[in-house]
Design a protein around this ligand. Structure first.
Ligand code: NIG
Ligand code: FE
Length: 417
């Protein structure tokens, strides 16, 4: 592959700095280089600076490179989506109508729809069908400038189908340009066949599923839906502690629908991130800041459920590192648009345009332990890059609801545009 040389970017937002979750003021530091330039070889960033600086360094090798003129364009790291349920079967547009007609998300789930409906459709899908549907969604992520995606199981709720989801993600990680980082989430719901025997299902997660998933190296993280009517904080803690014994890092769907001590539990078990947090308590937010738990906020989910968004502004101000994500799933957020999520982070959570970009790059990378490879444009990191049809990061958040992606590179190879 030829080296790639991007020159003359109006704004090159490097997000350069420490490979660590950015907090408070650090969330506004974009490391902007005007008339920016970047040289990528063997998939890895070799040099970054002004075009003038790189002319000195690489000018004599210009003939070997593919040269991209980024005049008038914003260039950023590939976006990172740190929370999705991308590998699912079927679709649930009828539930969207039902919710608009007055049903609530939990009513639909308790009546056997919601997560249970997708579980049935995912169990019925062959591995091939599931892979095909997932590829379509991953392609859509790429079109929206997303080059790294976390994906959860949790629509199997039995060993066989949980493994099917995780194996599909493993295979797609190998063959699709997107880096797909897997999370085990059998604790997404209590399957209907275990209704009334919740603890028996938890035993099965701990004794039958976790050891196999860990042994086969199919997941990095272990996630639980800690919510009234799903898993209690005590049950969630048991599952997360068991995962830790197998080397799986805890994540928690916390305080999404009701305030339930999920944020506090995230701090207690040392979760890398807590997700949703629409109803997180002030005390929970404080404890997350102290424990260094990343808040993974999902403003498209709040919008789609017609709920008030999480207190993103307050969390940043109180020293919580905030990441943002689509939550791509068939029930509460069937979108693959991280640009829209950045827009909503500003509009509904009052993050600034700079903070929203850091939340979708560096902090998102930290939430899935990919910060050594992606999340910023720095020498030694992967050449995961988006060139946008606009010239400033402010426009990216201001011209909302529009996909401004022009070109995308993954590990230095052009995958879009
Ligand atoms: O993160 N809240 C729980 N899980 C998903 C929704 C899953 C579904 O409705 O299928 C979420 O929003
Ligand atoms: Fe989710």
């Amino acid at each position: 592959m030829k080296p790639l040389w991007i020159k003359h970017a109006a704004q090159l937002a490097t997000i350069a700095g420490e490979n660590a979750p950015r907090k408070r003021k650090e969330m506004s530091e974009l490391g902007i280089i005007e008339d920016g330039s970047i040289w990528i070889e063997d998939g890895v960033i070799q040099a970054i600076g002004t075009t003038e600086e790189l002319e000195h360094q690489y000018g004599d090798r210009a003939a070997e490179a593919e040269i991209i003129d980024a005049t008038g364009r914003l260039v950023t790291p590939g976006l990172v989506d740190p929370h999705t349920h991308v590998a699912y079967g079927g679709s649930r547009e009828r539930e969207f109508e039902m919710r608009l007609e007055g049903a609530t998300y939990m009513e639909i789930m308790n009546a056997g729809g919601g997560i249970h409906a997708t579980t049935r459709m995912t169990r019925e899908s062959t591995e091939e069908e599931l892979a095909e549907q997932t590829v379509r969604r991953l392609d859509s992520f790429l079109k929206h400038g997303v080059t790294t995606v976390e994906g959860k199981s949790g629509y199997g709720l039995d060993l066989e189908t949980e493994l099917k989801q995780l194996r599909v993600m493993k295979r797609l990680n190998e063959i699709h340009p997107i880096d797909l980082v897997p999370t085990f989430m059998a604790a997404h719901a209590v399957p209907q066949e275990y209704k009334g025997n919740e603890d028996e299902y938890i035993d099965s997660i701990i004794n039958d599923m976790l050891p196999v998933v860990a042994k086969e190296g199919l997941a990095v993280f272990n996630d639980v839906f800690c919510e009234v009517g799903v898993f209690t904080p005590e049950q969630s803690e048991r599952i997360l502690e068991a995962g830790k014994k197998h080397g799986l890092i805890p994540k928690i769907h916390a305080d999404e629908i009701e305030s339930y001590g999920g944020a506090e539990l995230a701090a207690k078990v040392g979760a890398i991130s807590a997700e949703h947090l629409l109803k997180a308590s002030d005390e929970g937010i404080k404890q997350m800041a102290e424990a260094g738990v990343i808040a993974c906020l999902l403003p498209a989910t709040a919008l789609f459920l017609r709920e008030e968004a999480a207190k993103g502004r307050k969390m940043v101000d109180e020293g919580v590192a905030v990441a943002i994500s689509t939550d791509c799933n068939p029930g509460s957020s069937p979108t693959t648009s991280m640009p829209l999520v950045m827009n909503l982070a500003c509009i509904s959570m009052r993050l600034t345009p700079a903070e929203a970009l850091v939340a979708a790059t560096m902090n998102a990378a930290c939430a899935i332990k990919m910060e050594d490879k992606v999340g910023s444009l720095e020498v030694g990191k992967q050449g995961d890059i988006v060139m946008w049809n606009i010239s400033t990061y402010q426009e990216l958040q201001y011209l909302f609801g529009v996909n401004h992606v022009d070109k995308v590179w993954k590990k230095g190879a052009r995958v879009l545009g």
